[in-house]
Design a protein around this ligand. Sequence first.
Ligand code: NAD
Length: 333
Amino acid sequence: MKVAVYNTVRGGTERFRPYADKYDNIELVAIDCPPTLETLDKLKEFGCEAMIYTSDHQEGEEFFKKIAENGVRYVCCCCTGYDHFNISAMKKYGLKGANVPYYSPNAISEHTVMLVLAALRHFRTQILNVEHGNYQLAGLMGREIRNMSIGIVGAGRIGYVTMQCLSGFRPGKMYAYDPFPNERVKEYAQFTTLDDLYAKCDVIIYHAIYNEKNHHMVNAEAIRKMKDGVILINVSRGGLFDTDAVLAGIESGKLGGVCLDVIEGEGILKKQKQYDICPISSLSKLLAHPNVIFTPHAAFFTDEADSNMNETTIENLESYITTGSCDKEVVKG
Ligand code: NAD
């Protein structure tokens, strides 16, 4: 079966080639333009019955109707998030869809540990100072993890691995909050309420899945409940944090540091190769403070994670092609 890969998929067909080459029934077709209403006809032109599709936004019904009309039955994304799948439209036009629900929690957890250490040791200030010829130690006194109480909000797959990684540093105490507590987390952390975690922790890490119930769970009221000087780390989804409230917390000194791998409205950041002025004004204001660190949604991006994503995407396609179904299916067309 021919599988279309439009040029908006990072790495294009080459990324999937080593895994696709294992199967005689998969032929990757590189389509050198973005998928739009105007370019979806190429699916029919090349005879594709499946496509690998990722996007930072969701298209309307017409887009998925055209995909189906052009002969595609299976739409696979090579990532976990599938909010770009218009599920009702896909179902209406009989398109099945699958994602990669997990690939390497360690990738995200190790990035998180890096951010915790960077915040505790004023790493951004050290880099900035040295780049400006300042080799003094003023303002650089760090803190040690063994003296910290660390809170993990969202103790699922990634939350658990972060605790596992952090445990090597022997933190003073680890607390976890999750509405669906998982027994194995107790190996490393004590479950508590969110308010208690806020009252006790010096570093709070957010690994919770994002949904409409926890939209802006870190807002002015939540920040008020936290310890003075607390460090916040968000490696989950931007929508968990009310960025303006976080900015106010940094400006007032209530927050000792903030590390973000994600931020609301981040879709725009990768639209251009480079920006002279940061297109998210709250991010630009945050970055004026050296105790704020931002990484561009890069926590997942390791060689291991990438190859696992590519392999699972191809396995999903192979399963669809041979059986018409897939155990990672998220849209039952
Ligand atoms: P998971 O489903 O295993 O765990 C998420 C946990 O969040 C669950 O245990 C759930 O009960 C909990 N949760 C739900 N609502 C909550 C709330 N209000 N407060 C606290 N906990 C809550 O998912 P995972 O694989 O651990 O991934 C977690 C998140 O990490 C994903 O949803 C994704 O948004 C994010 N992520 C980020 C990157 C990155 O590169 N930055 C990469 C992969 C995943």
